[in-house]
Design a protein around this ligand. Structure first.
Ligand code: FMN
Length: 201
């Protein structure tokens, strides 16, 4: 199994999502001895925001007026290729202001690209990413799952589905900012779920 592992927290040792994604990868190594992991740390090395040149090049459909346009897609080519060649996707996503972190949104903007991960047809948009499953591990300071404040899970389900990834599991660690005890409890509860999932994933 080829796993693309995205960490999107700007934090390091205090990051809950980094801890949880590491727990899952360790557990997955036990059930998939052939596991190959590509680790993309967008939390510490965010992809650039898309630019005027990026948009022009992405919609030029390979018909570049000048060669420098191709350069604008350099990061997108690399990141989209990692996504297209993996079997499974693990996203560790901290909730920031009720949504995904800006660095994860920058990654999404680089990989959701016409004629690369979706295409527009007369019948409407068609996804181009096929046969992959995804696990999204989130952490939230409060308890927002299933409420109107959760723009993170609905957004990720929609954008992953738009490019063709519809087999998506979410595991949330919630209430992590109430106290150290609550944080530890949330990490333990989520870790138990992750280890169980890794056995059958
Ligand atoms: C800038 C920022 C914004 C946050 N916004 C929210 C929020 O909207 N709702 C929430 O429940 N927690 C919020 N939190 C708390 C984080 O979701 C929580 O600390 C989580 O553990 C972050 O993941 P990480 O530990 O992997 O960085 C925020 C934290 C930061 C630093």
């Amino acid at each position: 199994m080829k796993l693309l592992h995205i960490d999107a927290s700007p934090r390091t040792v205090r990051s809950v999502t980094r801890k949880l994604s590491a727990v899952f990868v360790s557990a997955l190594r036990l059930s998939h001895t052939d596991l190959q992991v590509t680790h993309r740390d967008v939390g510490h090395n965010p992809p650039p925001f898309i630019s005027d040149a990026w948009i022009g090049a992405a919609f030029a459909q390979g018909d570049f007026e000048d060669p420098s346009m191709k350069g604008a897609l350099h990061h997108s080519d690399e990141l989209a290729s990692e996504l297209l060649t993996c079997d499974a996707l693990l996203i560790a996503s901290p909730m920031h202001n009720f949504h995904v972190s800006a660095s994860l949104k920058a990654w999404i903007d680089q990989v959701v690209r016409t004629d690369m991960t979706f295409k527009i047809t007369e019948e409407g948009p068609v996804p181009l990413v096929r046969g992959k499953k995804a696990l999204v591990v989130t952490s939230r300071g409060g308890f927002v799952a299933g409420t109107a404040y959760d723009f993170q899970e609905p957004y990720l389900r929609t954008i992953l589905g738009f490019i063709g990834i519809t087999d998506v599991t979410f595991i949330h660690a919630e209430g992590v900012n109430s106290s150290d005890q609550d944080r530890d409890d949330a990490i333990t509860t989520a870790s138990v779920k992750l280890v169980a999932l890794a056995e059958t994933w």
